[in-house]
Structures are given as structure tokens and as C-alpha cells.
Design a protein around this ligand. Sequence first.
Ligand code: ADP
Ligand code: LRH
Length: 502
Amino acid sequence: PQSPVHLAVDLGASSGRVIAGGMADGPSGGQKLVIREMHRFANHPVRVHDSLYWNVLSLWQNIQDGLTGAANEFDQVRSVGVDTWGVDFGLIDRNDQMTGPVRCYRDPRTNGILDKAFDRVPREQIFQETGLQFMQINTLFQLFAATEAGETSLEAARSFLMMGDLFHWMLTGEKSIEVTNASTTQMLDPRTKKWCVDLLDGFGIPHSFLCEPTEPGTTLGNILPSVSNITGLVDVPVVVPATHDTASAVVAVPADGFAPQRPDWCYISSGTWSLMGCELPAPKVTPLCGELNFTNEGGVRNSTRLLKNIGGLWVFQQIRQAMARRGHDVQWAEMAAQAADAKPFELLIDPDHGDFLAPPDMIDAIEAFAAKTGQKKPESPATLYRAALEGLALRYRACLAMLEQLTDSEIKTIHIVGGGSQNELLCQMTADACNRGVVAGPAEATAIGNVVMQMLGTGQLNSIEEARVLIRDSFAAKRFEPSDASIWDAPAERFNQLAAES
Ligand code: ADP
Ligand code: LRH
């Protein structure tokens, strides 16, 4: 890109990156949006005894390294913004210090918490107030567990910040809570965007440390002199993007229009998690939505992301790690190639099964699952790779039917964005299993969505529709047409039964 650029810090649950985005002359005239990766780094939870934490200081170090690289490269940086995964948070005490390390949402302290929570406040009431899919990882349940355990960090807390807000605070000294990530907490009313304080009282969770949510596009303040000294970036404002990575990714879906009443497309934001859903003008907090366990997360410009959290490529990632532990270093492309050659439907696994949330070893967990569900022990790594991908495609198929029912619409196109859009086998499986056309890309949708929200905030762009036209013109997408859809029918039936039983 040509200066001035916007810097998107995009932190996913498997990796983080600092990306510079801005305009450049296209090859055949006209201006395009161009991104350039300044820094990429791994991100993994760190175990201490039984607990799981994020390495926040390492992330902060890497963010600063990325910003330093950008300061060296570009004459002018117009703004910076951070997006991250949802539900996790940091706490700040009365002396403006972090109260301790940040827990990872896979930390086991929330195991079994949902039943305990429903004894306190009925499930229906929680759904009615928050409109969110029930998952033990949600902030509400993390805070409930912390309250019940008498965690001292909670007692010392004066400010609560979601992950993006935490890094914005490190950058500027300003404390804020951005609304799209706040919407993942299960503590916010999706209609009014107000905190559900009565609900929090019901759980005995403190709430004086919550501030009013901020809209994406807001200018928070300039980066602090201490950060300028390290990075070389001077007088650069933080312009808050949609700090929830999924919300940023949805902004960058190269579709037509914005938040239609009756959508004919849906998205899958494909990374560690798969977030599959529609962008709608308003929340749907209906009994059917509760029954199907969908979520009404907040999108930009007051839109709603009606979606389902699906266990995503986490299983695939963790199989890779388990292979490495066994002395085999396999790359994504190799795993996909072996999966393509493996026999279809040898093993069915449900990516959302609790056994796969945080097992010490994913291959052991899958073998145990196969035994438990009366399936054959997987004979080769290729069977494992294929099962992880087929399990996702089968979940997408079920989810698509639910989405059409919920939105009373016919979905013609599935947009897959995020790192997983580079897995062509998974894209083709999705097209086949769902019997719909798939448009794959951009792979860096989250960072691109982060950049365009900063461009909207600083007046370089005027609307989401305009941003999407620009994105479509600037980044190539790949189409996958369905073929052999019917071979998925019988496995889908077996899969749905297995998911219901386990
Ligand atoms: P997150 O933001 O959750 O960390 P990403 O959007 O970065 O996730 O996606 C990471 C996933 O994308 C990886 O787990 C991997 O399965 C997939 N992926 C990344 N690069 C490739 C590639 N070159 N080919 C196929 N799959 C890839
Ligand atoms: C995806 C994501 C998802 C959350 C999960 C914790 O990265 O933000 O939307 O539910 O992480």
C-alpha cells in the first residue's frame, strides 16, 4: 500500500499478525485496497498446573515489534486498531495494573458450570436477556466460576476490558469496551446494548467495573509516548475497529449489500473456530433461536450476527500438534492432500463434542471417541485429517438448514473467509455437503475488516456497502460448485444421530 496506511493488529487463537492496509494504484488503473503483512507470530495458551492462560506480554511484545516494522516502512500511519478472539478479558486494579495473567477460555474452571448456572438463573431467562448460544467459554460463565472460586483478581478489579480493549489500553492508556466483543460475553442485551446488571446480580458477579460499550470507528486517543519511544510511531490515533475478530471478518465478506432482512448468503469465518451465520438488521431472540442454540452477536453499525459457534479447525490444528509430538512435522497442505486421498466417511467426529474442547492430546481423544461411539479405530493419520474436515462439513450442513429456518430465507451462496478458506478440500466438502456454491476468500478477512473499519472511522470510506465493493474489487475469491451432494446424505444422518447421542 501507499502511505498513509492503517495498521490492523489481528490476534487469533492460533496466530497473530500486524497488517498494514491502504490504497494503491491497480494494474489496470483505479485504486485498490492492498494489505501487507508486517509481522506474524504464533499464539497458544500456556498451561500452569491445571490452568490455561494467554501469554499477554508476549502478544504485546509482538504487537510492538509489528508496529516498529510498520513505522520503519511507511512515512505516514493514519491509525491503529486491534481485534481479537471473543469472550476473554483482562482486569485492571485501582493502581492501573493488570490484576494477573489472562485466562484462556479453554481453562477447565468452567467445566460443568452450565448446569450450576442454570440452578441459579433459568436457562430460558438467560437466553431471553442475552440472546446468546450457551457455551461454557462465555465470559458470563468464566466470571461466575471466578466469583464462586473467590478469585482475588476479581476482588481487586476496578476495570474490566475485553482482549482488544486491553491492548488499546496498553497503547493509549484509555479504558473502553468495544461493543462487538462485548456482545460475546453473554452479559449484554443484544437489543439495547446495555449490560444485563440484574442477570449479573443473580450470579453475584460484580459489575461496577463495566463501562458503557463503544462503537467501532470511534477514535480512542493517540498512542502513548512510552509506546512511541519503542515503536517509532508518533501521534498516531487508535481508531477502534470491530474488536471481535468475527465481526471484523464479517465486514470483509465480499457480498452484495449490508444486513438484509431475508439474506440469500451466509458466511463461515473459518479459523480455530468456524462461525457460521447471517448478517441481519436486528436480533432474533426467539424460542426457535434458543432451541437451535444460535447466537445473536453484535455486528458493526448496529447489525446482528446471527450465527453458530462451531468447533472449527481446532481439531485439525490439534491433530497437527499431536503428530508433531509423535515426531512428525506435517504442514497444512500435506494434511489436506492426504485427507483428499483417504477413504470418505471412515470415521465420523463431532467437532463440538466436549471431549475435543481442550484434551491433552487430540489423537488420543479422537481414538477414545471412536471407541466410545462404536466406530473403528482410525488406521492412519490420513483418516484423522479427513474426519476432522468431514465433521466440519457435516456440521455446516446441519447449521445451514437451521439458518434457513431461522431467517425464513433461501441461502444460495456460502462465503468462507479466514485462514480456513485456503483449505480447498474443506471448501469443496462444504459445497458438496451443503449443496450450495461456495465463495472462498479473503483469507485475511479479519485484518481487512479491521482496516476498513478504521477507514470508515477516519472518513476514507463512507459505508459498509462501499467497503465491500472495494474489497470485492481488490481481493480475488475462488468459487467451488457442489458436485456429488447426494453421497453426503447417509453420513449426514449418521452424523446427526451421533451428535445427538454423544
Ligand atoms: P485464527 O484467527 O483462529 O488463529 P486463522 O484464520 O489464522 O485462525 O486460520 C488458521 C487456520 O487456517 C489453520 O488452523 C489452518 O487450518 C488454516 N490454514 C492456514 N494456512 C493454510 C494454508 N496455506 N492451507 C490450508 N489451510 C491453511
Ligand atoms: C473466533 C472467536 C469466536 C469466539 C471464540 C472464543 O476467533 O472470536 O467468535 O466465540 O473466538
